[in-house]
Design a binder for this molecule. Sequence first.
Ligand SMILES: Cc1ncc(COP(=O)(O)O)c(C=O)c1O
Length: 379
Amino acid sequence: MKQKGTPVFKPAIEQEELDAAREALELGWLGMGSYVGAFEEQLRNFLGVKDRHVVAVSTGHAALHLGLLLAGVGPGDEVITPSFNNAADFQAILATGAEPVFCDIEDDSLCIDLKSAKRLVSPRTKAVIVMDYDCMLCDHDRVAEFARDHGLRVIHDAAHSFGSKYKGMMVGSFSDISMFSFDPVKTITCIDGGALVVKSEEEVSRLHEMRLIGMSQPAKVMYTNARAWTYDIKSIGFRYHMANLHAAVGLAQLSKVDRIIESRRASCRYYNRHLKKIPGVVAPKTDFDDITPFLYYIRVPADQRDAVRTFLGEQGIDTGVHWQPGHWFTLLKDCRRDALPVTEQVASEILSLPLHSFMSTETLEAVVDSVASFFLQNR
Ligand SMILES: Cc1ncc(COP(=O)(O)O)c(C=O)c1O
């Protein structure tokens, strides 16, 4: 059954993904195998990370969990992260036995406010998770300095910024530990998938074991669609490996990543050009140079946000809210935190509009017209 109207997200599934999925299914080796090895290699080429290693896993959440474990985070530790972040980040911190500690974000970048983070550093702080929000990037030089000053590990959540560049460097090529998500709605999808980019062979070996319920099963062997029947288990592990079918879809997506990037950038530039003229709407302050946008957000007056959503919904235009901040959730409401005025404000104003790869001009026009009509009628 086809979806009606304009969804907020829509994966770019074309003939190459269908062919890739069929091929992977016909191969009959559905678990981790040759496609996963090839996906890691293609990802490494795309990122241009000759001095780093890519490890594919089952989801972005799994990547975060393993990244935190790699950083030595465990029970009794604290991890500072913006409350304005994805629930997967909070749950990954909790899964290690550590506690999330919430800092604020900057009003212009919607990324971590390092002054707020600094106020939260304690003897228990082990790491910081910084996240690039959609088309905005953190000030990663200052993040590295902050981490150095306080002896912290950095997990760079680049789920939104896959394919973007920071000061000319590919996201994923410069942070302590970087992670990506390739879930169903991301810029490129593996159906579900994630990846970590790390610096050393030793970290790769640990990740290879942890993603395969602790088994010292050589990836080299598995990437030939075979497995060793004897292995050791020396440490804790999870069933977090990527499946061949998913990697095959990811490879098909990577083969057209330039087209995907260009089309998303062009759609966001169209939105920005038209939406920033509408009184009541604040569009992202970027020209999208060097940015691969994952979602497109606007900010609208908090007391009108729900009405805008309803109005667009009535015209078949789906919208999203990314996100409810962490400290609003029952599970996390008692976590230690700084004052979060910007987070509170942004969380009540933010609105995601439809953004897909290869969106037609008619669809973009329809979204812009609907937003414009709403604000014309509700001045
Ligand atoms: C910023 C961010 N981090 C992590 C994740 C988790 O990734 P996954 O859905 O692949 O587990 C998401 C997913 O939406 C995300 O947006």
